[in-house]
Design a binder for this molecule. Structure first.
Ligand SMILES: Nc1ncnc2c1ncn2[C@@H]1O[C@H](COP(=O)(O)OP(=O)(O)OP(=O)(O)O)[C@@H](O)[C@H]1O
Length: 527
């Protein structure tokens, strides 16, 4: 095992980028504290660190969307002031963001045209984009409507848009979190080709196995400071996690679930069907699911197969015609709103954190009141509806402590938290209610290894304390780690849950690809 080594600032092919003493201060927090970083030509360089370590802040400064308080950026040996993303692109720095900024109703080529600052005819852009996409092994039909495309295909547009500007350095912020394993493999091939052409890549990821596989060097950040550099290939996933977190990451423990035959069904979905609400949504076809007290059911599937529509129908974001199509603790809930379903003891955590899971411009305590005012009326509103600020503040503090939410102020706005820390707060806010039914979409998306283990353990413990937990996730490793049974969503249909003892990656993968459940192997429903 390699261990953290001292920085070797000069790389073999010479440095493309050299960062010295870069510092960014938010209020009293040094989000980046005197950071040094070098990226060589033709190098894939990983930027690692737990949630809130300062990775996004650092790359935003390199891409000109945040201004440093101190420090210097040298590009090809020259000191540069990167004042805007346009200036970064001109230098040859491109970025593929985690959250895509594409318009559903426009074609791929039209979306690309919007980001180019010239009046190149759309047919030329389409031809160039197509040629480039094929040459990099990420085939793209430039005339396809973005709304019809899978998440992986949308990411291709972002990558091709970035490559069209012939960058020398490409920054990728958690590029595989939304991809299927096959799409991720394709992306890795493309990155290898870019490296072979001498392009440099700065790669942010919480998935340590892929960092080991892809990256030549890594810089590790902790609390805004560089704590070391290493060769990820000489490390193990757990040694990398230890460098980031500063101590061992606890393994998740899942004792087998007992006595399910007598357990009450707390969430029942019966013959749930939904016609598509928009041309881009997936119809749900006769979905049945029963989640009992004590168990964790995982729902696997390639993104865009109806998981979002299922979550909306179960959570009450969209009401059903048939009240009995969703039952919570024995009560018909299909015609109830989110608040009505929450009052029956259910909790829901959507995939999208900002704007959906939390109001970005509201403080954490205000977000807590917003989501729990109906269910915690007595504690939070008191008699006569007066807001009990002290009770709310102490509940917020409890959640922050239990989930180890790192932040730059005592009660910051949700938008000021790093992505992973906001996710920890939202999950903690719901767990804190001890809900009888918990449905979570992508529980650890963007969350570091230590926090992900804590969230997974907390969800198992919630189930074992007598709740029913349903987890929708694209991360198969996660589902195998925490589920008692795994069902697969494909093209708006949900397979019967496979008990975890019978589930294998291969069986689940086949179902994800649309194999008939009967062809995989007959499965028995949980007793
Ligand atoms: N606009 C802002 N205002 C105030 N604080 C901020 C702002 N943006 C980030 N921060 C704080 O800076 C710190 C670093 O955040 P950053 O987003 O860079 O972390 P990260 O390493 O990218 O984390 P993650 O893996 O969760 O995305 C966090 O504590 C965050 O709360």
């Amino acid at each position: 095992m390699g261990g953290v080594v001292t920085a070797t600032l000069e790389t073999e092919g010479g440095n493309l980028l050299e960062v010295r003493g870069l510092t960014k201060i938010f209020g009293t927090l040094k989000a980046c504290d005197n950071v040094d970083l070098t990226v060589g030509r033709g190098e894939i360089h990983a930027l690692l660190g737990e949630n809130g370590a300062g990775k996004s802040t650092l790359v935003k400064m390199l891409f000109g969307s945040l201004e440093p308080n101190a420090g210097e950026i040298r590009w090809n040996g020259q000191v540069e002031r990167i004042s805007s993303p346009g200036a970064a692109r001109k230098l040859g720095i491109g970025m593929v963001f985690q959250h895509f900024s594409l318009f559903d109703a426009l074609t791929a080529a039209e979306n690309i045209a919007l980001s180019l600052d010239d009046d190149t005819p759309i047919a030329t852009i389409a031809a160039k984009a197509k040629a480039l996409s094929y040459s990099y092994g990420l085939p793209l039909d430039p005339y396809s409507l973005v709304g019809d495309l899978s998440v992986g295909e949308r990411q291709r547009i972002e990558i091709i848009r970035c490559l069209l500007q012939t960058p020398q350095l490409i920054i990728l912020d958690e590029p595989t979190s939304v991809l299927t394993p096959q799409e991720a493999d394709r992306l890795f091939e493309t990155l290898e080709r870019l490296r072979a052409e001498g392009k440099s890549i700065l790669y942010i990821s919480h998935r340590l196995e892929e960092v080991k596989r892809m990256c030549d060097r890594a810089t590790v950040l902790r609390h805004g400071k560089v704590v070391g550099h290493c060769d990820p290939r000489k490390e193990t996933a757990s040694s990398l996690a230890r460098m980031m977190v500063g101590n061992e990451v606890q393994a998740v423990v899942r004792d087998p679930v007992q006595g399910m035959d007598k357990a009450a069904a707390l969430l029942e979905v019966r013959n749930l069907s939904r016609t598509p609400a928009t041309p881009f949504s997936i119809p749900l076809r006769n979905i049945n699911l029963s989640a009992r007290a004590g168990e964790v059911i995982g729902i696997a599937g390639v993104a865009g197969n109806g998981q979002g529509e299922f979550f909306e129908a179960v959570s009450g974001e969209v009401l059903q015609h048939d009240a009995a199509s969703v039952r919570i603790r024995g009560k018909d809930a299909g015609r109830l709103t989110i608040s009505g379903r929450r009052l029956l003891g259910a909790a829901f955590v959507p995939e999208e954190r900002l704007g959906h899971g939390a109001a970005p411009r509201m403080r954490l305590s205000e977000n807590l009141l917003l989501s729990r005012h109906a269910t915690d009326r007595k504690a939070f509103l008191g008699t006569g509806g007066t807001v009990q600020t002290r009770a709310i503040a102490s509940a917020a503090q409890r959640i922050i402590e239990i989930m180890d939410v790192r932040k730059s102020a005592p009660d910051p706005e949700a938008a000021a938290l790093s992505g992973g820390n906001l996710q920890k707060f939202i999950i903690g806010r719901e767990l804190d209610r001890r809900p009888a039914v918990m449905v979570v979409n992508q529980p650890t998306w963007g969350v570091d290894a230590g926090a992900a283990a804590r969230i997974r353990q907390a969800l198992i413990e919630l189930a074992r304390s007598g709740s029913a937990v349903v987890i929708i996730s694209q991360d198969l490793d996660e589902l195998f780690e925490i589920s008692d049974s795994i069902a697969v969503m494909h093209n708006g249909e949900l397979s019967k849950p496979l008990p975890i003892a019978e589930a294998t990656f291969e069986k689940v993968g086949l179902l994800m690809g649309g194999a008939e459940p009967g062809h995989v192997e007959p499965v028995t429903e949980l007793a």
